[in-house]
Unconditional design. Sequence first.
Length: 577
Amino acid sequence: MFSPRSLRRRPRSLAGQLFAAQVVLVAVVVAGCAVFAYVTDKAQAENAARHRAGATAAAVAHSPSVREAVRTAEPAGRLQEYAREVRRDTGVTFITIMSVEGTRWTHPDPRQLGKRFVGHIGPATRGETFDETYTGTLGPSVRVVTPVTDDEGRVVALVAAGITVETISAQLRHQVTLLLGVAAGALLLGGLGAWWTHVRLRRHTHRMNAVELRRMREYHQAALHAVREGLLLLDGAHRVALINDGARDLLGLTAPGPGPVGRPVPELGLPPSLTAALLDGEPRVDEVHLTADRVVLLSTSPVSGGHRSGTVVTLRDHTALQSLAGELDSVRGVTEALRSQAHEAANRLHTVVSLIELGRTDDAVDFATEELELAQALTDQVVSAVGEPVLAALLLGKAAQANERGIELRLSPDSHIEDAWTAPEAGGAGGAGRTILPARDLVTVVGNLIDNALDAVGDGPGRDVPRVTVTVRTEDGVDGAVLLVRVADSGPGVGPGEAEAVFERGWSTKPHAAGGRGLGLALVRQTAHRYGGSARVGQAAEGGAEFTVRLPLTGPPAARDEDARAGTRPSEEVTGA
């Protein structure tokens, strides 16, 4: 009867199945080789016996003493001793020299002398040499019969030489014994090799069977592609051993062509800082890195097993969070500036009240009017030039922040941007329902450029009035409308050798910048490249740095490709044509 335990018995592990298969295979191969060797040795032993008997018979038939003896009246007396010596020297079982009629003159058993030869002699009497396996007085034997001829070629006698089958079998048994020893040794070595392979395979497969391994691989593949975070495995030579869909997307490795698997990290075309982090053997936790269009958090963990055998890399998309953090920093700065302005406004209000209490009403009116005119002038300029409300609010807030730091922030007279070119978020309102330039990206570019300029003039040499000039306008480009953002300052400027380095992650004018600094200008260039635009730095008219960003207002390259496939033009969507 079957017990529940036997019904629930776990299938044999893959290592056990392979071990059993290897043992059976080795046993079959060894047995087959042994049988083949036995058959081959038997055939070879019979052939060797036939050749030896033939050579002995031929030698005896051509012996001059034999030819001379057969002519005498009593050949047996002279040939019996001769045949005994030849038989001893050659190892054949018998040598029978007989007359043409078959009467024996020699035989190992003297009692058989004078009797008729047991076997066929017909071909030999006709001058032919032949061989056969025949049972004679000594038992079954392999024999060769050849004629003895005189000088004229006439057959005058016959010679038969043979080796019994028992003698051949005895020799074969000795060879088979050796063969069985070799086969047993081969079987033992094969079994030990199969057992060693079984032990190692069982350790590597954790005693799992084939079904479990297949199921694990299916789960592994499903989990690997379902995880949104990026996962990258590098081998000891820093080649990509495994990469999931999330990592391909975050690293921009989704283009058609040879996949990244098997390629060294330096050949992936990643930014230098990211490549250096992947090649470094030290563990890293949540490092911020920039790709062509994303901000990613990178963590690495070396895999060691006595020697460095690879690296596990995890990637998380930090783009949206970094953008929100930048906006939060801007809002926090504006809030601090407004708080300071509120404190300053309270002081001014107290001054106005004090002038009124002193009876100097005209002076109070003049003081209050002058302050209102200065504040209203900047507000009117920003509102009239910038139709985009988020950008207008950003500029006013940055102006208040600059004023708090004693810096003059002004908007150039030729600045002008309409609300139709932007929208709050990607995919929001605008034309046919698609955003040309999200307001969030515009805030990222303008806000970071102004923050960089404020830091530059604040850290620069002393001036009477540190200035930052902002220009935001649309203009015609080669492929359509372009948004121009230019921020110039009166600070120390950027050296010729730093024109490209300022856009790298980690660059900062602070000698001991914190880990969160040095990311703003890199985000500016990343945003510009994502929209197919450009970001450059030069020298301002006032001697400081001048950053110029051009953003095509026809949308990102990917969006333009989709429009081309749909047969529409982005400009038509914006204008509602």
